[in-house]
Design a protein. Structure first.
Length: 342
């Protein structure tokens, strides 16, 4: 079965290579196991049930960075359905950040000067720890009517000087869609900065097209791209090249990670991640404690363990390579930054 994953869908326009890559995502556990040389007989019915609740979705470009034959590969663990996802764990909820009662569909005014715009509801990859794995995207679909309401809201709130594009993944929007959205935001005088949170640029780096970079270069808005990278093995030459294209257009590059059990809960791994990020032009920004979303409890690292790890990290790398340890609290006006000294 391993040949199945290697089949490619050809498009006539090479500029749309990322769309080809997006069409080649793997959604079947058995196919994933076959490609990685793992025993498909170990795939349990509980894993398949977890897949039904939150689908498996992982691009070939990301799979190619996994170590074949290793069922504990840190990249694999981030995307592989786990039987513990079926457990109903106390303290975990479907909406840990209290985002589902937004007044404008697709717009979350969480912080005083910043609003989050749900640009696209889809992702190239389904990360099992995602705090929006239960988010009602069907009620927050990107539509012309919703976009008009969101833009009117932004225009009527002069305190909003930064708009955060999120999702799903905002870079699931095609270049012409992104161009339209940026042009509309540029019409609002008090909007100064555009922030884009993306994992797509990491798992399918071909998404960073010359046209997209030109959009950022020509915009009057200060553009900030925040990549979501959790482990140094996620960074290959293609990712480095994509980041280089953005850096050439003076895009500010930051990274945020999630502290995940058995993935990156180790100071040595985090040190390698910080150094590798800086090598390619990205500054480590935040490392988040897990948001307590139902289905992700098996990734949890408690506060005290996290502080020990971060203190060890601070002893290994320069201060500017130590991301802030933070957690999101539903309803709060800002992140809570945890100190790990003292």
């Amino acid at each position: 079965m391993s040949h199945i994953i290697q089949q490619k869908i050809e498009l006539p326009n090479n500029k749309d290579k990322w769309i080809v890559d997006l069409a080649n995502v793997v959604t079947d556990i058995n196919i994933l196991y076959s490609y990685l040389g793992l025993n498909a007989d170990t795939v349990s019915s509980s894993m398949q049930q977890a897949r039904k609740q939150f689908p498996l979705r992982v691009p070939r470009a990301f799979i190619n960075r996994m170590k074949k034959g290793d069922s504990n590969d840190p990249l694999l663990l981030q995307v592989l359905c786990h039987e513990d996802e079926l457990l109903n764990v106390n303290g975990y909820s479907h909406d840990p950040l209290q985002e589902q009662d937004n007044t404008i569909p697709g717009l979350l005014h969480k912080y005083h000067n910043r609003a989050l715009l749900i640009t696209k509801t889809g992702c190239a990859i389904n990360c099992r720890y995602c705090f929006r794995r239960h988010f009602p995207y069907h009620d927050n679909q990107s539509s012309k009517q919703n976009l008009v309401m969101a833009l009117e809201y932004i225009a009527n709130h002069p305190e909003l000087d930064e708009i955060i594009l999120s999702g799903g993944d905002p870079l699931m929007a095609k270049d012409h869609e992104m161009a339209f959205l940026i042009s509309e935001l540029e019409k609002i005088p008090h909007v100064k900065r555009l922030r884009i949170h993306t994992r797509l640029a990491v798992v399918i780096p071909s998404r960073i097209t010359p046209k997209l970079c030109q959009l950022f270069a020509k915009s009057r808005l200060q553009c900030v791209v925040i990549t979501h990278i959790n482990h140094p093995n996620e960074i290959d030459n293609d990712v480095a090249q994509a980041v280089s294209l953005l850096k050439k257009q003076s895009v500010t590059m930051l990274n945020q990670s999630v502290l995940l059990k058995n993935v990156n809960d180790n100071a040595d791994v985090l040190a390698m991640l910080s150094n590798r990020l800086f090598d390619i032009g990205i500054l480590p920004y935040y490392i988040h404690l897990l948001d307590k979303v139902q289905g992700a409890a098996h990734f949890w690292i408690d506060d005290e363990s996290a502080k020990v790890i971060m203190k060890q990290l601070a002893e290994q790398v320069s201060g500017y390579l130590v991301p802030k340890l933070a957690r999101e609290i539903g309803g709060e006006k800002s992140k809570q930054v945890l100190t790990f000294w003292g």
